[in-house]
Design a protein around this ligand. Structure first.
Ligand code: ZN
Ligand code: MN
Ligand code: MN
Length: 286
């Protein structure tokens, strides 16, 4: 199975690969730079080459960049909107330089301008990113839109909203979706019973199309179904529970997708324990 976690890039990109090796994972998610800063510095000479080689040696089969949380592709503020578009362009370019196929992003919050206007703005932002020289120079990089828990005015809590954005993207070959289990569950999608999971995936197929599903974020939820609260919990210790993850990671529609954990990091045992919990419910264990 393709399984990994979000790992820190402190010490440099190569260090991240070393950490992934220590965890014996074959998938990896990173921020490409300091997540509290709009600014993306240039790569050091050879940094991309070294990352790509080290990654090949370590057999990391899948890598995804997660964009910084400052980005709001729906922002009604022209300055913030422009910064968000530029930041996403930079991430796509960086992914191209690093041979990383996916840039995953939160789509944003409408901040009072309304759902419809917000969704239009997000599609406008992505179309403009995809028309940029940065995106043209990185033709193999896809932008993934992540579902949200629906806190405040966050968009993308329903598959219909993600589908509405996707519908307005001119080049659909360059976009996909990421489903976060904590966000989906908090947004009211049942995942913990076979019937609930079937119903959820049916809606996903109807509103988005399963062919656009590229990535799963595996996070348990601190709060109950429909709570609309985005608080990740250790695997098996939240309201989704270990049996919920057993259904999710073995489901024929999902089992071949990359699975990335974004669970809390209380201490250095947190990642190994959460990875072990997922492996313990996977039927083939490979
Ligand atoms: Zn995310
Ligand atoms: Mn996530
Ligand atoms: Mn979250």
């Amino acid at each position: 199975m393709l399984l990994g976690c979000h790992l820190s890039i402190s010490g440099g990109l190569e260090q991240t690969v070393a950490r992934a090796q220590a965890l014996q994972i074959n998938a990896l998610q990173i921020f490409s730079h300091n997540a509290r800063s709009w600014k993306m510095g240039a790569l050091k000479p050879d940094e991309a080459k070294r990352f790509i080689e080290r990654r090949r040696h370590a057999h990391i089969e899948y890598v995804v960049i997660h964009t910084i949380y400052l980005i709001n592709l729906a922002s009604p503020d022209p300055k913030n909107f422009k910064l968000s578009v530029q930041a996403l362009q930079d991430e796509v370019q960086r992914a191209g330089e690093l041979n990383i196929p996916h840039v995953n992003t939160h789509i944003g919050a409408h901040l009072g301008q309304g759902v419809e206007k917000g969704l239009e703005r997000i599609a406008e932002a992505i179309n403009s990113v995809l028309a940029s020289p940065q995106a043209k120079n990185a033709p193999d990089v896809k932008i993934l839109l992540e579902n949200s828990a629906g806190e405040g005015t966050e968009l993308g809590a329903t598959f219909a909203e993600l589908g509405a954005v996707l519908n307005n993207i001119k080049d659909k070959s360059r976009v996909g979706v990421c489903i976060d289990t904590c966000h989906a569950f908090a947004a009211g999608y049942e995942l913990t019973t076979p019937q609930g999971l079937e119903k959820t995936l049916k809606e996903l197929d109807r509103e988005i199309g399963l062919e656009h599903l590229e990535l799963i974020h595996l996070n348990d939820s601190k709060f109950p179904l429909g709570s609309r609260r985005d608080r990740h919990e250790h695997i098996g210790q939240g309201h989704i529970g270990l049996e919920g993850f057993r259904l999710i990671v073995n489901h024929p529609t999902l089992r071949e997708k990359p699975f990335i954990l974004e669970t809390p990091k209380d201490d250095e045992q947190s990642d190994p324990k959460n990875l072990a919990a997922i492996r313990s419910v996977r039927y083939d264990r490979t």
